[in-house]
Each structure stands twice: as structure tokens, then as C-alpha cells.
Design a protein around this ligand. Structure first.
Ligand SMILES: Nc1ncnc2c1ncn2[C@@H]1O[C@H](COP(=O)(O)OP(=O)(O)OP(=O)(O)O)[C@@H](O)[C@H]1O
Ligand SMILES: [Mg+2]
Length: 296
């Protein structure tokens, strides 16, 4: 007799399932009048455990707002955001501590979120402290481990932000996010301010960390070359609407929506020459993997 195979319910469940998301901002409608402007309009997508989902679109298309809604930093006007099977959009104003730990963010300007008067190591120990993790000594130890994971050393722990490069600061931001062992990291233009070679080091670092930890990324960027390199699937936002979505290579090779086609045409990495350059860059990146863990 055949034995019954029991497939766990969670096996195919996405980590994040965004459905019909609506986000509106209050805007001045005229003298003394206030009105709401919807900037994210019925957006749906999902992210699997360990997957990187890229979100692209022109400036003002609602990429950051979508990320902010998932982080519960923007008011959600409609739709649902299921995280590991629980709708966090429908929750009251208090975000559960576990969710605040599970979902972390890395932004474009790491310097802005670091206290200029604190050693950067403290950004990591403070994050642990906020979540009630460990005692003073073990937090310091964890901070060092996380610094080493991102290619920094013990010597960096006691530096001030002003004493570090943009790439190093971004490594601190990544360490601060990953030390909490999140399941999803929202990277909002996380490499956009960095020069090309630092950019590729940070991207490789993020990919290596994902391989080790199984974390998922929502990778928000206007840089199509970057998203092509890092994400398995991509969604294209136009004026708050998701107009196209697909497996990265398929979407880049055969874009269906004219807006996607226009974005690709406008992006240097979508031309044959640009593609060749990117390919060369990718090969160089891979070759230089051992040097990845060095601070830049
Ligand atoms: N706090 C806010 N109050 C009112 N309107 C806002 C606010 N934040 C963003 N917007 C508007 O919402 C729309 C979407 O902005 P959002 O920052 O999400 O775009 P984006 O795709 O991230 O753009 P960029 O590529 O420039 O970062 C824009 O029209 C923007 O002006
Ligand atoms: Mg943005």
C-alpha cells in the first residue's frame, strides 16, 4: 500500500505576500483643504524564502512607499500584507516586536541613520539591546562577529561614522540589519550611492550572506543593471501600479509592457554594449570573490 506523503503546509508558502496594496498620502488640496493622493495602487507580488525580488520603476513610481508600507512606516489604505501567513496590514498601530526583528531595512545613505557621536559598533549592539538580545559582553561579541561577516574587523567597531568610507558604512548598516537574523531585508537603493566597484562588492556580499542565511531581499532600485544581477524575479512599477512582473532574465530579454521596454531602452545596461560591459563586470566580480570580505 502506498504510504501517504505529508507535505508541510509551509513548504510552498511565500514569506511575503502583498495583495492589492494601496497607500495614500495626505496632500494639500488647496487653501485649508486636505486630500489624499493614492501613490501605490493595487500592487500585488510575493517573495519566497531565500528569494530576491527586484522592484524597479522611475522616480516617484512608488517603490520606496511600497517598502515603507511593508515596514509599516506608511499608512496602508487597502489590501493585505501577509508575512509568514499573518496579515500585518490589518494589525493596529503597534507592530509586533517579532515582525520588527524579522523585517529589516538597508537604505541608500547609511550615514544618515548612524549617530555621528557614537562608535559604529554601537549601532549593532544597540539594535541587539532594543530587541532584548544578550548582555553587554555577548552583544559586543555578536557585533564583532557580524562585522567580520560583512568584511569589517574589530578595529572598525570603535570608529566614528566620519572615519569610514561609504562602502564601509554600508557594511555597518548591513551588519546592523543582519545581526538580528531577519527573514526579509528591504534594500532601498542600498548600493545606488556607491561607486561601481564598491557597488559590486556590496552586491556580492549581500548575495553571499543570503546563501549563508536564507534571508529574502526586496531589492528596490532604479538601476536595472543591478537588479538584473541580484534578483530572481522583478516587478515594474509605473505611477503606483505594477505593470509587469517576471523572472529576471525573461523580463529583460522579452519585456511585454511598453513601459518596461522604455525603461530598458533608457538604461545603458540594456543595450548590447552595455550588456557586454555588465557581463564583463560580472565576471570580474566573481573572480574577485576572495577579496570580497575586505573592507572597501
Ligand atoms: N511623505 C510623503 N507625503 C506625500 N507624498 C509623498 C510622500 N512620500 C512620497 N510621496 C509621493 O509618493 C510618490 C511615490 O514616491 P516614492 O518615494 O515611493 O517613489 P520612488 O519610486 O521610491 O522614487 P525614487 O526613485 O525617486 O526614490 C511620489 O509622487 C512622491 O512625491
Ligand atoms: Mg525611493
Amino acid at each position: 500500500m502506498d504510504r501517504e506523503v505529508i507535505i508541510p503546509m509551509t513548504a510552498h508558502r511565500p514569506l511575503l505576500d502583498v495583495r492589492d496594496l494601496e497607500v495614500a498620502y495626505e496632500t494639500k488640496g488647496g487653501l485649508f483643504r486636505k486630500s489624499m493622493t493614492t501613490v501605490v495602487k493595487g500592487v500585488s507580488f510575493h517573495i519566497a524564502p531565500g528569494e530576491t525580488y527586484g522592484l524597479v520603476g522611475e522616480s516617484g513610481s512608488g517603490k520606496s512607499t511600497t517598502g515603507r508600507a511593508i515596514l509599516r512606516l506608511a499608512d496602508i489604505a487597502g489590501g493585505s500584507i501577509d508575512f509568514d501567513g499573518t496579515d500585518i496590514a490589518g494589525m493596529g498601530s503597534r507592530t509586533p516586536l517579532s515582525y520588527r526583528r524579522d523585517v529589516q531595512a538597508v537604505y541608500q545613505d547609511p550615514g544618515a541613520s548612524l549617530n555621528p557621536r557614537h562608535h559604529v559598533g554601537r549601532a549593532v549592539t544597540d539594535a541587539l539591546k532594543r530587541h532584548g538580545i544578550g548582555d553587554r559582553a555577548s552583544r559586543r561579541k555578536k557585533a564583532l562577529e557580524s562585522f567580520e561577516q560583512v568584511g569589517l574587523t574589530a578595529a572598525h567597531l570603535d570608529r566614528f561614522p566620519s572615519e569610514m568610507s561609504g562602502g564601509q558604512l554600508q557594511r555597518v548598516a548591513i551588519a546592523r540589519a543582519l545581526v538580528l537574523e531577519p527573514r526579509l531585508v528591504i534594500c532601498d537603493e542600498a548600493v545606488s550611492a556607491l561607486d561601481l566597484s564598491t557597488q559590486s562588492q556590496i552586491i556580492n556580499l549581500l548575495m553571499d550572506l543570503q546563501k549563508d542565511s536564507g534571508v529574502s531581499y526586496l531589492f528596490i532600485t532604479h538601476d536595472l543593471g543591478v537588479v538584473r544581477h541580484i534578483s530572481q524575479r522583478v516587478g515594474v512599477l509605473k505611477l503606483g501600479e505594477l505593470v509587469e512582473e517576471g523572472v529576471t532574465e525573461e523580463l529583460f530579454d522579452n519585456p511585454q509592457h511598453e513601459y518596461t521596454q522604455a525603461l530598458l531602452t533608457a538604461s545603458p545596461s540594456s543595450t548590447p554594449e552595455g550588456r557586454d560591459e555588465r557581463r564583463e563586470l560580472r565576471q570580474k566580480r566573481r573572480v574577485s570573490v576572495p577579496s570580497l570580505r575586505q573592507a572597501s
